[in-house]
Design a protein around this ligand. Sequence first.
Ligand code: HEC
Length: 214
Amino acid sequence: MRYFLLIFGVLVVLVVLIAGRRGDLTRNRPLQIFPDMKRQLKLRPQTANSFFVSGLSSQLPPPGTIARSEPLNVGGQAVYPFEDLPVNTGRNPGTTNFVELNPLPVTAQLLERGQQRYGIYCTPCHGATGEGKGITQKIGAMAVVANLHDKRIVELPDGDLFNTISHGKNLMGAYAPQIALEDRWAVVAYLRALQLSRLGAVDDLSPEVRATLK
Ligand code: HEC
């Protein structure tokens, strides 16, 4: 009985010592049994030190890294990714209005690139013809996918399509992380060609071809 009381007393004192002051504020360094790299040696910016040869804590970026200020080459034009330009945002600078037309010159090369990117990134849901009957609908992974030949979508400005591709819309995810800036405009151009393929009128045909129609 004596031993029990002794051990019990020691336990009570230990528990109060260890747990009793939990939550107290202290200016001392906390005890960390598993520090998880929360505390590491570091150099504060712009302070003198002997770690780097130059004696400065701030260093130039290592060779081969791309600084934020480095321009992208978009259609042969130097574009900074943070500039408020139609090619970056799909909107008229300083406004939230979408640009009506693709800011890149639409060439055969751009269309071909767009067709290829569309085939990779868009056909799984929208289908090769853009009707929204891709493989994801066949296997039941996506119930409703937009039909890109809808009158409403045909009438959207190019900048809106670019915005949807870049940032997604409702169930559709954002593709800016996967499709490069210039390529997203290429997809917009190809999408227009795809839509036009359904909008041809008899008058677009040459008289000779029209004569052969039944
Ligand atoms: C994972 C499936 C999926 C993929 C891949 C996908 N989309 Fe979509 N997309 C959707 C769905 C679903 C909608 C309908 C969104 C809604 O609810 O309005 C949609 C809507 C759209 C719209 C209509 C937006 C509007 O304003 O209503 C456009 C344009 C579009 N997609 C273009 C594309 C292009 C171009 C690509 C390829 C870069 C692409 N989508 C890839 C699923 C997808």
